[in-house]
Design a protein around this ligand. Sequence first.
Ligand code: NAD
Length: 294
Amino acid sequence: MKVLVTGAAGFLGRTVATYLKEQGHHVVGFDLKDPGIDGLTMQIGDLTDLDQVSAAVEGHDAVCHIGAIGDVYLAGEDPGLAAAVNVLGTANVAEAAVRHGARVVYASTWEVYGEPRYQPIDEDHPCAPDHPYNITKLAGESLLLSAARLRGLETVALRLGTAYGPGLRPNSVFRIFIDRARRGEPITIQGDGSQGRQFTHSRDIARAFDLALRSDVSGVALNTVATRTVTIRELAEKVVERFPTELTFGPPRPGDVPPATVSAARIADVLGWEAQIPFEDGLADLIDHELAGD
Ligand SMILES: NC(=O)c1ccc[n+]([C@@H]2O[C@H](COP(=O)([O-])OP(=O)(O)OC[C@H]3O[C@@H](n4cnc5c(N)ncnc54)[C@H](O)[C@@H]3O)[C@@H](O)[C@H]2O)c1
């Protein structure tokens, strides 16, 4: 398929673009900047500009819409920017895809649910986001799903688990722990460390995008999370096993979403996807990439 990957200069966009190329798709990236990935053609443009988005989407069978203000802390500091990119930008992708008959697979997030009312959270759980990041991500998702109902857009929203893998943003807990431990500095856990996350490897996420592209399922949102929960304390302890250093505890980080268990049963049923990369292997691989300076 001819696939446009928005956000291809970012952590997940780059992983998805690379994976899709390996699977034989013809891939073009779209972002504000060129990440300089070998063999990846880039279209430089801004999601908030409909003309630029429409010109980029033209000629493609599908769009993996991954470009966004994906940094929760930046979205909290600048809700206007998050709204412009995540809401208007996604409306532009929907419009361009309708015009050019392209299918859209959207990088949504498990954080759209807000406070859990029951667990494990399945896709029928109400969405009550409470932060500029998850509010704007849900708005983008809703715009795409409404275009499926009203305008015949083919689209799937993947509600991704907290992702990890090579190329992660510098302010992710993985990078912070690994960087400090490597230098022999203490690792500080914010909160008591019991908060768990279904950390999902970026290559597993990339495989979900590929399956969603090839499927004819449309108009649905699917939780795309690894089933295993790992606590922040376990993560810190595994990093310390590799680079022995002291573990300390500090106050919780404002904006952190409380833990919740999310069900991945529906995506297994609908797309045949489940996470395959064991956490220990994914973490060891990430540390190796960090040591190699990737
Ligand atoms: N990383 C995670 O744990 C995670 C979890 C769930 C969902 N997601 C979603 O996945 C997507 C990617 O996340 P990420 O961690 O790779 O983020 P990232 O910040 O690494 O990448 C986002 C990319 O979008 C690009 N971008 C921002 N504004 C743009 C604009 N106006 N026009 C064009 N491109 C623009 C950025 O330049 C960047 O390359 C986001 O939509 C995020 O909400 C991420």
